[in-house]
Design a protein around this ligand. Structure first.
Ligand code: ADP
Ligand code: ZN
Ligand code: ZN
Length: 746
């Protein structure tokens, strides 16, 4: 029998992760030792028995085989798992299912780096009376002792100040502080502070009782919860149907039972409005984490969670790893959002990790969306998730009225502008009525596809049913199969010369608007205008206060904002996302259009939506216009089954990167041959071919796609390739990454 060696970490604190110790696994224990399991080992000079976690198992060791120590015993699974064991198991699961190292997975699960210390803040307190300090101030001013004068003023103005703040922001030296101490003007106290003290709830929040559908959803979830039936729920509620209220009720129930809640929101939807509703309901038992926080700030929130000072954490995908003692529910709002997928190793999807984490904690999961991912809806249809539906808007205001405008007809009429006559007329009307307008420019997937402005024809790959991409050398390329053709000057369908890449940015739209409606107040929100920490909050709050009539933006504006005075939403070029070279193009288009349309008529004033498109017959546009999720799903799932895409089949993308193109090419071809030699039935291997982005910073990229209906088959292939990499001790000059069911095609 082949020897087996386990790499073990003694302590799972983050600093120790890179220190593993190898032990031989005695033959009798081989079947029992698995990744993440707890073992007892003789450790150090005295061979004291200590516990450790297995983070890697290999047939090789670089130690002297005669000197290496052996694992003593495997600690059986304990009846109640410690939270450490849960995180270990989760990391092992991520390693296995996403193809990373155990250490990479642990670094995600235990997301803190070295050097994070608890922050003890030194604070300066004034010991003098007002009169006394004013006297000293006058004295220092007279002597022109500016620093001392500054410190006096600070002490007068503020009730205690942090030393760091004084030194950093007010240019006060340690000597000055020392002098004040000697003089008995101040004292310095120390207290542990948290870097992000909880925000206070602000303003009033309407209170109301839940409507019947909301109540029903809450009762189903809490009823099951009480009977300890833990499930994954898909809460499908149209825009404005009151999903957030359902979350709040369920969370209140879970907290009452002594357990905690994690709420995941895409970063862009982590708006003040949403977060504020949580503060109103739960006060300082809520904490928010987000990507603009420093590591230290996040660490503090996690510490508070560990100590039981908070019950709820709201944040983007990393909030999943909040070390609560007893998670009862995990909520993922806007579950269809692509940002829940990590683009770094391990390339995990927060949805799947949330479900696994819930399973380990015996907790439930709620996935919420107005436009569920095809993936989740498919699982709900197949009874893996329980589907709950909120078909109407909560306040009983109707969904907006939607008109689809065929831009090809506009061109025929001689209207060459990017605004249809209909949209222009309605804009004038709203400006006149002093109501607000949002213009949404769909730029997603704006990757240089070629379309005909006259008939709407799009250049597609004859083999793959995805649009071709134009490359700098003028060639049109399919990034799925590598098919190439030269670019065209006339439309193959109608022979018009108006075939080209579509060009329009938010900035151009803004300029055109200013020309046509010089009296209107216009705000623009895109990557450029939102630079800076508060850039985009400022734009939104200004629009919300009615300081402008029109807000122009990209997909950034479709999320999570309630603007009661918006009665018209114009969607310019709805098609742009349709022809992204990606099997999810229609899904994204439907989601974007439905969500954008959902911004109109959120309050008392009825809303209206204009969708401008060159492909009015496309089912995703038609279904979005009717806000008809079910019929969109029907069509889309047919396409996925015929074409063999997720969720019907699964896709593993293997990315090879190297500074030397030849090496990446050779290695990827070698892998294709290895995979094919396994002769797995119904397995499709595509490639190797150039990745969508063929070169990044002089590093070449090649990809292989492997397709199978059973995801476990793909996991096995990944395992096999890993063991092969192990044996062949793959040259360090080619890096290999795995990506299961990639969100974007690379
Ligand atoms: P969703 O998250 O489904 O888009 P929200 O939870 O944001 O919807 O609710 C949309 C709006 O409806 C909010 O302004 C909310 O205050 C309001 N609302 C929610 N539930 C009710 C209800 N039962 N009665 C009246 N208004 C409600
Ligand atoms: Zn192709
Ligand atoms: Zn044409």
């Amino acid at each position: 029998m082949q020897e087996r060696y386990a790499s073990i970490i003694i302590d799972i604190s983050h600093e120790k992760l890179d220190r593993t110790f190898q032990y031989r696994i005695p033959e009798a224990l081989i079947p029992d030792v698995s990744l993440g399991c707890i073992v007892e080992i003789p450790f150090g000079k005295g061979n004291r028995i200590r516990r450790g976690y297995v983070v890697d198992i290999s047939a090789y060791t670089s130690y002297d085989k005669n000197k290496i120590k052996e694992i003593d015993r495997v600690v059986r699974k304990e009846r109640t798992r410690t939270s450490e064991a849960i995180w270990m198991e989760l990391a092992a699961w991520m390693k296995e299912n996403y193809g990373s190292t155990m250490i990479q997975a642990l670094k995600v699960v235990l997301p803190f780096h070295k050097n994070i210390t608890k922050k003890h803040e030194k604070r300066i307190r004034l010991l003098l009376t007002k009169g006394e300090i004013n006297e000293r101030l006058a004295e220092f001013a007279a002597k022109k002792q500016r620093a001392r004068e500054r410190l006096c003023r600070l002490l007068i103005e503020e009730d205690g100040i942090a030393c760091q703040d004084a030194i950093k922001n007010h240019k006060i030296t340690a000597q000055t502080i020392q002098y004040f101490l000697q003089q008995g003007i101040i004292e310095i106290g120390e207290k542990q502070i948290y870097r992000n003290p909880p925000m206070e709830a602000e303003g009033a929040v309407k209170s109301f009782s839940l409507n019947a559908r909301q109540k029903e959803a809450v009762q189903i979830i809490t009823g099951n919860y009480n009977r300890n039936i833990q499930k994954v729920y898909l809460l499908h509620g149209v825009t404005g149907s009151g999903k957030t209220e359902v979350y709040l009720e369920v969370i209140a129930h879970v907290i009452k039972g002594g357990r905690q809640a994690i709420v995941l929101l895409p970063e862009i939807a982590l708006t003040y409005q949403t977060v504020n509703r949580f503060y109103h309901r739960f006060g300082n038992r809520v904490s928010v984490v987000h990507s603009r926080m420093s590591q230290g700030e996040k660490y503090d929130q996690f510490e508070r969670a560990k100590k039981g000072e908070i019950d709820i954490v709201i944040g983007p995908r990393s909030a999943l790893f909040t070390p609560f003692p007893n998670i009862g529910i995990i909520i993922m709002d806007e579950e269809h959002e692509a940002s829940f997928k990590s683009e770094q190793m391990p390339k995990y999807h927060a949805r799947d990790v949330a479900i696994k984490l819930a399973e380990l904690n015996n907790a439930s999961v709620i996935l919420g969306s107005a436009t569920p991912s095809i993936n989740s809806y498919y699982l709900a249809v197949n009874q893996e998730y329980q589907l709950l539906t909120l078909p109407n808007r909560a306040a009983d205001n109707p969904l907006p009225h939607v008109t689809v405008v065929d831009m090809r007809e506009e061109l025929k009429k001689g209207n060459r502008s990017i605004f249809s006559d209909d949209l222009r007329t309605k804009i004038i009307d709203r400006l006149h009525k002093k109501e607000q307008i949002m213009l949404f420019l769909n730029r997603r997937g704006y990757a240089g596809f070629i379309s005909c402005r006259s008939c709407g024809f799009v250049m597609k790959c004859p083999h793959c049913d995805v649009s071709l991409c134009i490359h700098n050398d003028g060639k049109l390329v399919c990034h799925y199969c590598g098919y190439e053709t030269s670019t065209v000057t006339h439309c193959p369908s109608c022979h018009s010369k108006a075939i080209s890449g579509f060009k329009a940015g938010t900035q151009q739209v803004e300029e055109l608007m200013k020309k046509e409606f010089p009296e209107a107040g216009i705000l623009r929100m895109d990557m450029d205008s939102t630079k800076g920490k508060h850039g985009y909050a400022n734009i939104l709050s200004s629009f919300s206060k009615g300081e402008a009539d029109i807000l122009i933006g990209t997909q950034m504006i479709v999320k999570g904002h309630d603007f009661p005075r918006v009665t018209l939403v114009g969607i310019i070029a709805a098609d742009l996302s349709l022809y992204a070279n990606d099997y999810r193009a229609c899904e994204r288009t439907f989601q974007l259009l439905t969500q954008a349309a959902g911004r109109a008529g959120r309050d008392k004033l009825p809303g209206e939506v204009i969708i401008q498109t060159y492909s009015p017959d496309n089912y995703s546009i038609q279904a979005a216009a009717r806000q008809d999720y079910a019929s969109f799903y029907e069509q889309e799932i047919k396409f996925r089954s015929v074409a063999g895409y997720p969720p019907v089949a699964h896709l593993l993308c293997i990315l090879f990167t190297s500074k030397e193109e030849e090496k990446a090419a050779v290695k990827s071809l070698e892998f294709v041959n290895i995979i094919k030699s396994r002769e797995i039935k119904n397995l499709y291997v595509i490639g190797p071919c150039d990745a969508y982005i063929t070169k990044v910073k002089d590093v070449f990229r090649k990809v292989i796609y492997v397709k199978h209906t059973d995801n476990q088959r793909l996991v096995q292939i990944k395992d096999y390739l890993e063991s092969y990499m192990d044996q062949a001790s793959i040259s360090q000059s080619v890096y290999i990454q795995f990506d299961f069911d990639p969100i974007t095609m690379i």
